[in-house]
Design a protein around this ligand. Structure first.
Ligand SMILES: [Mn+2]
Length: 451
């Protein structure tokens, strides 16, 4: 079973500028520029958007298109909850950041009794409610919805009519409000906020990690301070990565770019360190807008960050699986009446978490690397020599069934022959598959003759 599942939310109902719903595909297409078929390996679930609402005049000035956003929150929350309950790790790719409210709802619905910690990597605080918003765009409100903020008291906006019950629905999604508390929230890269947001942060002593702090280096320690320090009391973590946390020059293709942001390297490093945390249950990347971009450079800059982040999560999950297997082994031993000296530790509430996920067996190398078996890749592949250590070769031999190994060998041979022909300028009549078929036929004929 694949551990990671993509949840694609092609919606921009919460944004003020058009184009963010195309961001997911911009990122996917950017991966091709790296000669990488990275996205091919993931299963994805698409949350069907309500973008037809974009072509209707938003009538609620302080919560634009909130009815559509509620629909998306609902679907997304259910999807996130389901994936977690099935033992998978949901990676949410969303158009605009409003969806993060739905994501948090889903995480909380999966773990209703757990404390959820949120790491909000973003230039903005997204703490507005209809009562304080300057724009009415809901992508400035996801955290407020998760924190259960917003009431007539203290707000400057004269919110009226059905906006009030609709906002209450967003806040109470899943029957839980609030879903998170301000002490379990950390901002990273925050540098653009309004007065009300600043007041909330100061009053509730929300942790803020500024760009300068990241720039100082010592990112490992910083990540530890965030996860083990600020969020040490939390049971579950969720990381929301709004790409406008990066410097405006690096990400022109985003709805609200802000100067003096994070650099690519420091973002990658920090994410890698944070995402190693065993409590992490969900990760979101959002706000890529190719319509505001030049030749997709923003998505191209984000893709390597994304890839590193996902690889980190995958590595950790694989290690955890190993620990679970060890436990199962220990249990079997006990049942058989054998002695068990060491029992690997698992944290309560999580499906598979070890305190020290460092398997000390000699097979270490096979843990984080891509699987050696690649049926399709092998049969399609142009013959290409890959660096393989003797160890990984033996692993490959074990893992690949005999029949398939033969098939691959044949394909390689015919592939090489084909390549030679091409080099010599000779025409090729048969495709690889046809050639393969011929060889099979010949072989069966020979067998018949022998009989
Ligand atoms: Mn944001």
């Amino acid at each position: 079973m694949k551990v990671i599942k993509l949840i694609e939310v092609r919606s921009e109902l919460g944004a003020g500028t058009r184009g963010a719903s195309l961001g997911i595909d911009a990122l996917k297409l950017a991966s091709l520029d790296y000669g990488s078929y990275y996205f091919g390996k993931f299963k994805a679930k698409e949350i069907r958007d309500s973008s037809h609402l974009l072509y209707k005049n938003p009538i609620r000035a302080y919560a634009k298109r909130i009815r559509g956003v509620i629909k998306i929150f609902n679907k997304l929350a259910n999807a996130v909850q389901n994936e977690i309950k099935e033992g998978r790790f949901p990676v949410v790719l969303s158009g605009d950041h409003s969806s993060a409210g739905g994501t948090i709802a889903g995480v909380k619905m999966a773990y209703p009794d757990k404390k959820i910690g949120v790491i909000w990597i973003d230039a903005h605080a997204d703490l507005h409610s209809p009562y304080t918003t300057p724009s009415g765009n809901i992508h400035g409100m996801p955290l407020a919805s998760a924190l259960g903020l917003g009431s007539l008291k203290g707000g400057k906006n004269p919110v009226k009519g059905d906006t009030i019950p609709y906002w209450e629905i967003l806040k109470n999604l899943g029957g839980i409000c609030p879903k998170i508390t301000p002490d379990n929230l950390v901002f990273v890269g925050l540098r653009d906020y309004e007065k009300e947001e600043k007041e909330y942060i100061q009053k509730n002593k929300v942790h803020v990690v500024k760009v300068q702090e990241v720039r100082k280096g010592k990112i490992k320690e910083l990540a530890k301070r965030i996860t083990a320090g600020y969020l040490g009391n939390c049971d579950i973590l969720y990381v929301s990565f709004d790409i406008d946390a990066l410097d405006a020059k690096l990400v022109p293709g985003t709805g609200t770019p802000v100067k003096h942001g994070l650099q690519v390297n420091e973002t990658t490093k920090l994410l890698k360190e944070i995402l190693k945390d065993q409590r992490l249950a969900c990760f979101e990347v959002t706000e890529i807008n190719p319509l505001l971009d030049k030749e997709n450079q923003t998505a191209e800059r984000i893709f390597p960050i994304f890839r590193e982040a996902i690889n980190t999560i995958e590595k950790r999950k694989k290690k955890e699986k190993k620990v679970v297997k060890k436990i199962e082994k220990a249990v079997k031993k006990v049942i058989k009446g054998k002695k068990v000296t060491k029992i690997p530790r698992v944290k309560p509430g999580l499906k598979a978490v070890s305190k020290s996920p460092k398997p000390k067996s000699g097979k270490k190398k096979t843990v984080g690397k891509p699987k050696p078996v690649r049926k399709k890749a092998a049969s399609k592949a142009k013959p290409r020599k890959k660096k393989t250590s003797p160890k990984s070769k033996s692993v490959r031999k074990k893992a690949v069934p005999k029949a398939l190994r033969k098939k691959v060998a044949i394909t390689r041979k015919t592939g090489k022959a084909k390549a030679k022909k091409v080099l010599k300028g000779k025409p090729i009549k048969k495709t690889l598959r046809q050639a393969q078929g011929d060889k099979k036929k010949k072989r069966t004929k020979r067998i018949v003759k022998k009989k």
